[in-house]
Design a protein around this ligand. Structure first.
Ligand code: SOE
Length: 399
């Protein structure tokens, strides 16, 4: 995958990146940093990496961030970086959910582009406000629904759009894990603690953490908009305050039907994100744990195994492929594709242009769609499983 390095932000080759969250002991921050490095488009320049100032400084030092660019708070960082001629051009937000909105707001208002982890915010109201602010500031805003970065997911989306499946009838999405089978949060496990805490996570537990990935993937591949859902959210683990299993019936606009099952207590599953889509002419199946392959069946013909980089790979998949078929690309490369697409969009914005139409990334509107999905599911489940209409249809990714 080649990215034009000529029009670097601020007159240099690499885009200056800052990070909020992601200090010592964090998980997703390190993934973002690796993803940002894979295609060599960013240089980590500043950070407010932890809420504790000693840990923030120590974490920054470990990553080679200069002491004067290691901040004790995101407010201070946004102000200082926004005022520097060599300030960061984009910030990655890798904090628990409750900080996404305030941090994004501070950096957007300082004139800085944003890459934000999912789900977009802690509440739907915050997400709606954020969408307004992004529109007002005109900044690039990328949500890391990273599973849309895999080549064979891009392939699946292109095949649906090209009509290879005919009219879509069935959409089945699953995201199964087992790491919350026991009450890990009670033992001080940091990752489990905030994800099961409504004050930091919001109204959704499993549905926000991984259900939104499955939902985003289904929308991304099919291009369909959700019309109504009926949800059953459960908390199997005693003492837990948020859902750890989610089962949802889906009615898509145009008549397709489906189901979404997300669980963090499905013993034996690690990151079992799968998508199955069936139409009048064909069907396809993709599984995240084996992401270089896509099963496709034209009705009445034998099943075909399509491979990343192999015969039959479409241009949409090839443009996000780095190494030849048979050398696996995985989670970090898929994540890196979101960063590479962000780099293209940011370079275009810095040059005062629109990005190439081939550039695709999950936008703030997709983040909002995820928040509406959480909200509708929580409401449906709370009323003992009634059908809830989506107030506003999910917007599709920039394409
Ligand atoms: C934990 O469930 C987690 O790290 C999620 O928070 C991520 O979004 C998902 O990609 C992997 O699992």
């Amino acid at each position: 995958m080649i990215i034009e390095a000529s029009s670097g932000g601020g007159g240099h080759g690499r885009i200056r990146l800052g990070m909020v969250g992601g200090g010592q002991g964090a998980f997703i921050g390190a993934v973002h940093r690796a993803a940002a490095r894979i295609d060599d488009q960013f240089v980590l320049t500043a950070g407010a990496l932890a809420s504790d100032s000693a840990r923030a400084k120590a974490s920054a030092r470990e990553l080679g961030i200069a002491d004067d660019r290691a901040y004790a708070s995101f407010e201070e960082m946004a102000k200082a970086e926004g005022a520097r001629p060599d300030g960061i051009e984009v910030v990655s937000i890798v904090t628990p959910n409750h900080l996404h909105a305030p941090v994004a707001k501070a950096f957007l208002e300082a004139g800085i582009h944003v890459i934000c982890d999912k789900p977009l915010t802690r509440s739907l109201a915050e997400a709606e406000e954020l969408v307004e602010l992004v529109r007002k500031t005109g900044k690039v805003f990328v949500v890391t629904h990273n599973y849309t970065g895999y080549p064979m997911v891009r392939q699946a989306r292109a095949m649906v759009a090209n009509g290879d499946l005919g009219e879509i009838r069935l959409v089945q999405a699953e995201y199964l894990q087992d790491w919350l089978t026991e009450r890990l949060e009670a033992s001080g496990h940091k990752q489990a603690a905030w994800r099961t805490d409504p004050t930091r996570s919001g109204a959704g537990g499993c549905i926000g953490d991984i259900g939104t990935h499955a939902y985003n993937l289904a929308c991304f591949v099919t291009g369909l908009e959700l019309e109504e859902l009926l949800a059953q959210l459960s908390t199997f683990v005693g003492g837990r305050r948020l859902d750890d299993d989610v089962q949802i019936l889906l009615k898509w606009k145009g008549g397709a039907k489906g189901m979404l099952w997300a669980s963090q207590v499905a013993v034996g599953n690690e990151n079992g994100l799968t998508l199955r889509v069936y139409g009048t002419k064909g069907g396809l199946e993709w599984a995240q744990e084996n992401p270089n392959y896509l099963w496709f069946t034209r009705y009445g013909q034998p099943r075909q195994l399509l491979t990343r980089g192999g015969a039959g790979a479409l241009v949409e998949a090839d443009r996000v492929t780095r190494v030849p078929a048979g050398h696996p690309e995985g989670y970090l490369e898929g994540f890196a594709t979101i960063y590479a697409e962000a780099a293209r969009a940011i370079r275009a914005a810095l040059a005062g242009k629109a990005p190439d139409p081939a550039v695709i990334f999950p936008t703030v509107e997709d983040g909002l769609a995820g928040m509406k999905f959480i909200d509708a599911a929580v409401n449906s489940s709370a009323s003992n499983g009634t059908w809830v209409r989506m107030t506003q249809m999910p917007t599709l990714l920039l394409s």
